[in-house]
Design a protein. Structure first.
Length: 245
């Protein structure tokens, strides 16, 4: 049985916070003792806050390229300049839409830069993704001794709405390759790969929410696997395999 428990006793996270200690305290507040099959899903926002990824927009000086792209997308030139700095490629730029390939390889809106739920007195700021989400997950995994997924909200082509996916993972197989196995009828699986970390992140999103819920992490209990561990980077399809460009 899969169980999802939201961790709401964390509070506002500031730069330099000991995130592992905050998460451990939140688990104790719920009287949770970690066991096999547990995965702790931590939202990107509190990881970025703890790692000092908050930027004051007034400190950003957009260049001519940022100004031009901002005119196309009708976005704040300062925000666009940050998006460019965090991205390896622009995938789509039209009014009110800016899709890029983040430096980590993830294709996402605005390079994952967010301005919501930043905390009091943070108007005029923007929050960047962790520089290396898999490394961030590995540090939490080492400190807490539990599988870690760092989640973020992604939109999807051809479908409305956002879902949580894994941008960082440690202590579990983010991607499980089942090619070569057989289904119940004896047919050999030829293309099946399971994005386990994405599935766990999406499940946790039922508890963490997308607005003012104030639940920045969740424990997903009852997840089991036998495949070797790999990071969230394993899920990212490389540009030469892009099926739609």
């Amino acid at each position: 049985m899969i169980e999802i428990v939201g961790l709401d006793a964390i509070g506002e996270v500031g730069e330099g916070a000991d995130l592992a200690a905050l998460l451990a305290d939140a688990l104790r507040a719920k009287h949770i003792e970690l066991r096999d099959g547990d995965v702790l899903v931590v939202t990107q926002k509190i990881v970025s806050k703890a790692e000092g990824r908050m930027i004051a927009l007034d400190a950003v000086l957009p260049d001519a390229a940022a100004q031009e792209l901002a005119a196309t997308t009708r976005k704040d030139p300062r925000l666009v300049a940050l998006v460019q700095a965090e991205s390896s490629a622009i995938v789509r730029a039209v009014p009110h839409v800016l899709i890029t390939r983040h430096n980590t390889g993830h294709v996402m809106a605005n390079a994952g830069i967010d301005q919501s739920n930043l905390g009091p007195d943070r108007d005029g700021y923007a929050l960047l993704l962790p520089q290396d989400p898999d490394a961030s997950a590995a540090r939490l995994h080492e400190a807490l001794g539990v599988a870690i997924v760092i989640s973020d909200s992604f939109g999807r082509p051809w479908r409305y709405g956002v879902v949580n996916v894994a941008i960082g993972a440690a202590g579990l197989p983010a991607l499980i390759d089942r090619r070569g196995e057989q289904d119940r009828d004896g047919r050999v699986l030829e293309v099946t790969q399971v994005a386990l970390a994405d599935a766990v992140a999406s499940a946790a999103g039922l508890a963490t929410g997308e607005g003012a819920e104030g639940v920045p992490a969740a424990l997903v209990r009852g997840v089991h696997w036998t495949a070797p561990n790999n990071p969230a980077a394993a899920i990212v399809r490389p540009p030469h395999e892009d099926l739609f460009r």
